[in-house]
Design a protein around this ligand. Structure first.
Ligand SMILES: N[C@@H](CCC(=O)N[C@@H](CS)C(=O)NCC(=O)O)C(=O)O
Length: 311
C-alpha cells in the first residue's frame, strides 16, 4: 500500500472520528491511523495541537487540522469526488452544523445513559467509567448538558423528521446528491447503534436505518497504523507548511500573538502566532519541544480569536 501523508488521530468509539473515517471511505483516500487516549491527559495530542483536546484531528506533516468540519474541507480538496458540497445544496454545511451540535448532543445523552454507556465502554470497569464521566464533565463545564429527559424527547422528534425525509426516496438525506449533511447525521446514528441496549429508539424508522446501512457501506478506506511518537517525528522533520495568508479586513494582522478558543465546549485556549485567516479558517504557528514548529488550523465558524500575549 502506498503510504499516505494523511494521518488521522482518533479512537474507535469516537463519533466525529467515524464521520471522518466514512468521508475517507467515500472518497477512497488512504490514510494512516494513530489511536489517541479517550480521556485527558493526552501529552502526545497536545504536543501537536497546542491544547486542543477534542477528537479527531488530522495531521499532514507539520500542519494540524482541528475539527471534523475543517478536516472534511481538506479532504474535499484532496479528492473532490464524490463532492461533500454539491452546488445544488448550498445549505448542506449549515445543516451539518446543526447535526454536529444539536443532533449529536441528543444522541450522546441518549447513547450514554447507563445501559448504553456500559455497552459502549465495555470492560472499562467502574473506575474508568467514573474517570470518563469526570473528564467529560470538565470538558463541558461551561455548557448546559442535556438531561436524558430533554434528549429523549428531542431525539425522537429529530429521528422521525430524518426518517420522513429519507422515506421520500433518498437515497441520501437531500435526495440524489450525497453531501456533508449525510456524514454529520451518520455519525450520530452510528453512535446510537453502537449503544446496543438503547438502540431500539431507531426501530420505528426503517428509512433511516436503511440509509445508515448505506452510509456505513462506504467503509473506512485503506489505512495502516502509526504510533503517536512516529507522528510527532513526522511533524518535526516536515520540510515546511501548507501555504497560508492572513486576508485583510477580517480584524487581525499576520504575526499577532493570539489565543484561539472553541466556543461550544472543550474551550481551552490554544496560543500561537497568527499566520492564516480567511472566512473559513484560522491558522496559528506554535513551537513544541518535540513536534517542532507546527501550524494548527481551525475552522472560523465555532471558534473565537483573541489578540493576547503568548503565555
Ligand atoms: N466540533 C468537533 C467536535 C469533536 C468532539 O466533540 N469529539 C468528541 C469525541 S467524538 C471529543 O472530543 N470528546 C472528548 C475527547 O475525545 O477527548 C468536531 O467536529 O470535530
Amino acid at each position: 500500500m502506498a503510504t499516505s501523508d494523511l494521518i488521522l488521530h482518533h479512537y474507535p468509539n469516537s463519533p466525529f472520528s467515524e464521520k471522518v473515517r466514512l468521508i475517507l471511505g467515500a472518497k477512497g483516500l488512504a490514510w494512516r491511523s494513530v489511536h489517541i487516549p479517550v480521556v485527558m491527559p493526552k501529552p502526545d495530542v497536545v504536543a501537536l495541537t497546542g491544547g486542543y483536546r477534542k477528537t479527531p484531528f488530522l495531521q499532514v506533516g507539520a500542519d494540524i487540522y482541528c475539527d471534523s468540519a475543517l478536516i472534511a474541507r481538506l479532504l474535499e480538496q484532496r479528492q473532490p469526488s464524490p463532492t461533500l458540497y454539491p452546488a445544488s445544496l448550498p445549505l448542506a454545511p449549515q445543516f451539518a452544523q446543526w447535526a454536529d451540535f444539536h443532533l449529536f448532543w441528543c444522541a450522546a445523552a441518549w447513547a450514554m445513559q447507563p445501559a448504553g454507556a456500559v455497552a459502549m465502554l465495555g470492560d472499562a470497569g467502574p473506575e474508568l467509567l467514573q474517570h470518563f464521566a469526570a473528564d467529560r464533565a470538565a470538558m463541558t463545564s461551561g455548557m448546559k448538558r442535556m438531561t436524558l429527559a430533554d434528549a429523549a424527547v428531542q431525539l425522537k422528534t429529530h429521528l422521525a423528521a430524518l426518517d420522513a425525509q429519507l422515506a421520500q426516496g433518498g437515497p441520501y438525506l437531500f435526495g440524489a446528491a450525497l453531501s456533508i449533511a449525510d456524514f454529520a447525521v451518520a455519525h450520530c446514528v452510528w453512535f446510537i447503534r453502537k449503544a446496543a441496549p438503547v438502540a431500539h429508539v431507531l426501530n420505528p424508522h426503517p428509512a433511516l436505518l436503511a440509509w445508515s446501512d448505506r452510509m456505513q457501506a462506504f467503509g473506512h478506506a485503506t489505512h495502516d497504523d502509526l504510533t503517536s511518537t512516529e507522528a510527532i517525528a513526522i511533524a518535526a522533520s516536515a520540510p515546511g507548511h501548507a501555504a497560508t495568508t492572513v486576508e485583510p479586513s477580517l480584524g487581525f494582522e499576520a504575526g499577532q500573538p493570539v489565543n484561539v478558543y472553541a466556543t461550544d465546549y472543550g474551550c481551552d485556549p490554544i496560543a500561537g502566532t497568527l499566520v492564516g485567516l480567511s472566512a473559513g479558517e484560522v491558522v496559528i504557528r506554535r513551537t513544541d519541544e518535540r513536534a517542532g514548529t507546527v501550524h494548527v488550523h481551525f475552522p472560523r465558524a465555532g471558534f473565537q480569536i483573541k489578540k493576547e500575549k503568548l503565555s
